[in-house]
Design a protein around this ligand. Structure first.
Ligand code: GCW
Length: 718
């Protein structure tokens, strides 16, 4: 196994920076994640592969304090701590890590080491109590059995199905450890566009091996299932959830799984969505489907994560469909079903309002699904710290139970008797040496876990923790790099989809701009979403003249969004179709505001390169160079996005790019020729025409080489 490196200082290179000497750290590929700065004080090996032994071993190897650490599973249950919570009791000469369960103590050990690594250990006597907000803090892997990863930008799937169950990669344990260190305790290991093969005895043997490795780290395996499995692998002629043969199939399959994996978590299901089969194929509802599976799981304590990501090509407004389908089912789901809702009503765009469903289904166990992989936010090419995006959603008030019923409060179950609660994140992990494709994307894995444990933590606190553990605590590094990360989501919005624009990317790979594109499905066409024309731009979702989606929100959100005067400007074009010369709050026309917002995004992305160059003395050369190369690319991509969108919109607005914005470096015609991004133009509506290309779910390697040539105006030498 690749060991978690000690922090080796390469003494050779001493650089003078701002008058002080900094020792250049040794190169690393980033594989050791946020354990990077953990200094190993002993080589002890764990006594056995149990949670208790692992917890003790982490302390033996990495605890530097003089105080003795005692790890204690409490004899008498402390209800305040629940299953996973822990208490760190600091008193003179001693720290005790207490919990109701062994896994609670392991979380406590990682919590203690985190305090050590972030210079946050209390000076005197103190008790720190930590209890996670969500019961299930889940990962969703969109990993296929052929090891491709849907919307994955960090290499192949970690799970080497060909080698399993006989050969076990050390990475499986490293993965479990990293998850436990931030509190992630559930993992759905296969794609929601699921291959039923995963449920065959052959694959279940392989899954069992993974589950056995994950178990001591408190990580439960879930499987995404294909609703048509009874037909695909069960030899049945139907998958109707109300058919007794189908019910029996799932009961038997579930029993077979639990015989192998006694702590199996349950099923994750994408049904009747984007071509996946589901109960509606048989005239049944989502509740019929979910409840049938829930009944099969209930005897074992398993749960169903049933996704609400549904939309139909013919509907007027895709943003309304999850609510349209799920609100009428409120109250019909079993207690062990959680309905998994994406943060926004469309699909993981750089900014969306919350999904209205969070405020509309008081009797349903709702859970939030966020995307850690950067499908629409520059893949692993762009540095975007996503916690601010997720936090914006969690903190948004649904007003469902009066003021303060935020998405966090609703999903944590504060208003339900049933306290079952969960949160899911679509991972950004693959077999790349650095796990995430971009060194800086590791922060999103870390931040997801920390947020799932404690949704109240701020983006700044989490970034601070991560940078100290992964790079350096030196204030000259920490402050500027943290500020850059904190801004990065807003910067990405500014150069990709400002002012509430959405779904204007190239539809092939969801990378790069494609505002001119159409598709045979109108709801996959950028033009359907921006609706640019001579009269203006934006999707009218108002009640009076538009789709009426604003009415799906509770008051006062509904009228705030519905009224163009009160709609937040960062969502303006999400809810309104706005004339090009509309006066914005700062007095500029909409057109000028758009141009200036893009300009700010580009300048900020250029600024990243300068900030990173100043951070160079504090970062090992390998990670420094990798990140720098990507930041340069990101700034050029920002210019490309701006040129493409603004030049295309200009054909309708007929307004000039303001003088204080960078001039375009390419013509619209040139940009539209960036071949790979251009889908063949197709008539809208109807079925996929014969011969029309399938949407590739992974970027082809050449996609990244299609960037038109760009110069950064503030750094022409790059
Ligand atoms: O955004 C879409 C993605 C699909 C994905 C789907 C989903 C797994 O483009 O690749 O499929 O969301 O969430 O199910």
């Amino acid at each position: 196994m690749k060991s978690f490196k000690t922090f080796v200082i390469a003494s050779a290179l001493i650089l003078a920076v701002s008058g002080c000497k900094v020792e250049k750290p040794a190169d690393t590929d980033g594989h050791d994640l946020w354990f990077h700065n953990l200094e190993q004080v002993s080589d002890a090996t764990p006594a056995s592969y149990t949670t208790e032994a692992i917890a003790q071993n982490e302390i033996d190897r990495f605890w530097k304090g003089k105080a003795a650490v005692e790890i204690k599973v409490l004899d008498k249950q402390d209800d305040a701590l629940g299953r996973d919570g822990y208490r760190l009791v600091f008193s003179s000469g001693k720290v005790s890590v207490e919990a109701n369960t062994a896994i609670g103590t392991l979380y406590g050990v990682y919590g203690l080491l985190r305090l050590q690594q972030t210079d946050a250990l209390p000076k005197g006597s103190k008790t720190i109590t930590e209890v996670p907000a969500y019961e299930y803090r889940a990962f969703n892997h969109w990993d296929n059995l052929n090891r491709s990863v849907e919307r994955g930008y960090a290499g192949k799937s970690l799970w080497n199905w060909d080698e399993l169950p006989d050969k076990v990669s050390p990475v499986y344990q490293e993965y479990a450890r990293a998850n436990a260190s931030v509190g992630i305790n559930a993992t759905a290991i296969n794609n929601v566009n699921a291959n039923a093969q995963i449920l065959t005895p052959e694959y279940l043997q392989k899954v069992k091996v993974l589950a056995d490795i994950f178990r001591p780290y408190g990580l439960k395996v879930f499987l995404s299932l294909n609703f048509a499995a009874p037909k695909h692998i069960g030899g049945l002629d139907t998958s109707d959830p109300l058919d007794p043969k189908v019910v029996q199939f799932w009961k038997d399959k579930t029993a077979e799984i639990y015989a192998l994996i006694p702590d199996f978590g349950g099923y994750l299901v994408k049904a009747n969505s984007e071509g996946q089969s589901g109960p509606q194929d048989y005239g049944r509802t989502h509740a019929d489907g979910a409840n049938m599976l829930a009944d099969a799981l209930a005897p074992y304590g398993g749960v169903v994560f049933w996704r609400a990501f549904v939309y139909d090509a013919q509907a007027e407004d895709r943003a309304m469909q999850a609510s349209d389908e799920f609100v009428p089912l409120d109250g019909q789901f079993r207690d062990n079903v959680l309905v998994q809702v994406k943060n926004g009503p469309i699909d993981f765009q750089p900014r969306e309002p919350i999904s209205p469903l969070f405020g509309q289904a008081p009797k349903t166990n709702l859970m939030l699904e966020v995307q850690i992989t950067q499908e629409y936010l520059g893949h692993s090419k762009h540095m975007v710290y996503l916690h601010p995006l997720w936090k914006e959603c969690l903190d948004t008030d649904t007003y469902e139970f009066g003021k303060g019923s935020t998405v966090a409060a609703v999903t944590e179950g504060k208003y339900r008797d049933n306290k079952l609660s969960a949160i899911s994140g679509v991972t950004n992990i693959g077999d790349d040496a650095n796990w995430c494709g971009h060194q800086m994307a590791q922060i999103n894995w870390y931040a997801y876990g920390r947020m799932a444990w404690n949704p109240d933590l701020s983006s700044d606190e989490i970034a601070d923790e991560w940078l100290r553990q992964t790079f350096s605590s030196d204030p000259k590094f920490l402050k500027p790099v943290k500020d850059m990360l904190n801004r990065s989501r807003e910067v990405n919005v500014s150069y990709e989809m400002p002012l509430g624009l959405h779904h204007i990317m190239a539809s092939n790979a969801h990378f790069g701009p494609g505002p001119w594109e159409t598709s045979y499905r109108k709801d996959w066409s950028p033009q359907f979403y921006h609706k640019a024309g001579p009269d203006g731009v934006g999707f009218d979702r108002t009640v009076a003249t538009g789709s009426g989606a604003t009415a799906q929100y509770n008051e006062p959100l509904a009228s705030t969004y519905d009224n163009i005067e009160t709609c937040p400007e960062n969502l303006l074009l999400w809810f309104h179709h706005v004339p090009w010369d509309y006066k914005m709050k700062d007095g500029q026309t909409l057109w000028n505001e758009l141009c200036h917002t893009y300009q700010k995004g580009i300048e900020a992305a250029e600024e990243y390169v300068r900030i990173w160059e100043k951070a160079e003395p504090y970062v090992d050369n390998q990670r420094y160079q990798e990140v720098r190369t990507k930041l340069i690319r990101q700034a050029k991509d920002a210019m490309w996005w701006r040129d493409a969108v603004i030049l295309y919109f200009q054909t309708f607005s007929n307004m000039p790019i303001p003088d204080d914005c960078y001039p375009a470096q390419h013509t619209l015609e040139e940009l539209q020729q960036v071949g790979v991004f251009r889908r063949p133009q197709m008539p809208q509506g109807g079925a996929r025409p014969q011969g029309a290309p399938q949407m590739p779910r992974q970027p082809r390697p050449e996609i990244y080489d299609m960037l038109p040539d760009y110069t950064l105006p503030s750094m022409p030498e790059l």
